[in-house]
Design a protein around this ligand. Sequence first.
Ligand SMILES: Nc1ncnc2c1ncn2[C@@H]1O[C@H](COP(=O)(O)OP(=O)(O)OP(=O)(O)O)[C@@H](O)[C@H]1O
Length: 367
Amino acid sequence: MFLKHLHLINFKNIELAQLDLCKGINCLIGSNGAGKTNLLDAIYYMSFCKSFFNPVDSQNIRHNQDFFVVQGTYHVNNEEEHIYCGVKNGVKKQFKRNKKEYDKLSDHIGLLPLVVISPQDERLIVEGSEQRRRYVDGVISQYDKTYLEQLINYNKIISQRNLYLKKLKVLNPSAHDMLDIWDYQMIELGKKIVQARTRFLEELKPVFLETYNFISGQKEEVEFVYKSHLKDKDFKSHLKNARERDMLLGYSTKGVHKDDVDFKIGAYPIKKMGSQGQKKTFLIALKLGQFKFLSKYKKKTPILLLDDIFDKLDTQRGDKLIELVGGDCFRQIFITDTQINRIQPILKKIKKESRIFMVDNGAFDLI
Ligand SMILES: Nc1ncnc2c1ncn2[C@@H]1O[C@H](COP(=O)(O)OP(=O)(O)OP(=O)(O)O)[C@@H](O)[C@H]1O
């Protein structure tokens, strides 16, 4: 699978761009703020119907304009797929596959698997558990539609339960009866969610470790550990015991909506103890592990977006990374960099078809 042609109008700082892309490595070279990452984000839009960086669609419209269009032609299993995404101020987002608009955007997720590695990934380490849950859920949803539905239903139940808790003044028997009903649904759906998350993380772990060790030369030990309230034996009484507190706080304090994944280096949180390069290696290994995992489940090779990937990596780690993505598991790759001098020797090492686009003020020139 690969993106053959990309057409953008008024997307962030890109007024108009028409790019013919190659199956192998497409490099975007330009100074800071030129629009390299914006182009990657447009490609992300076509896989996930939204931006990787800014969840507010209208803010991705070029300043002083009132719409943007992102269009791509893909080759998937020898067939062409035409994807259209149009956002206009004050109008519902249009998302079409081969000229037909989707009823639900979630139906599109997974059609064009994609993995992005970007400096923004740091939020997975430095920010709260919500970021890690969102990441895990995002990957599972790319290959398991039922999971996405279960998650949506679970979140609806939590919203209703929270609304009820906010209004509740006293935990009388009828309140307990009502909460019993929600707790039952939370447990039933929660079990399925935990199963899917456990399975994904268990399968991801060996690929992640193998990738980390390959890039780092086995210099340090890393791991991740999945944590969930629902893994506790008696989750039902856990929920019941938390009711008083939930009522006082006005929200549900226990459940899979509070799950987390601990990222560790040695026995310590990588957030506190990891160097910048170690954190970056951790995130790269996580994402490349995800890439291999998705390739296996989707039976399609995802598109790989590498934004500013070589920054903060020492030469040895950078070389290992190049060796890795130069392998047959990877097909279409987009790389951004500020320096052409860094990219040219890399392209020589990787035996794949390549194109270099110079980026300046939202304009793209093939060289
Ligand atoms: N809605 C928008 N309209 C116009 N310009 C925008 C919009 N959103 C972002 N920009 C501009 O796009 C530029 C950022 O582009 P981008 O992030 O693609 O840079 P880059 O080439 O990846 O740079 P770096 O090397 O610093 O990562 C900024 O100048 C920003 O102000």
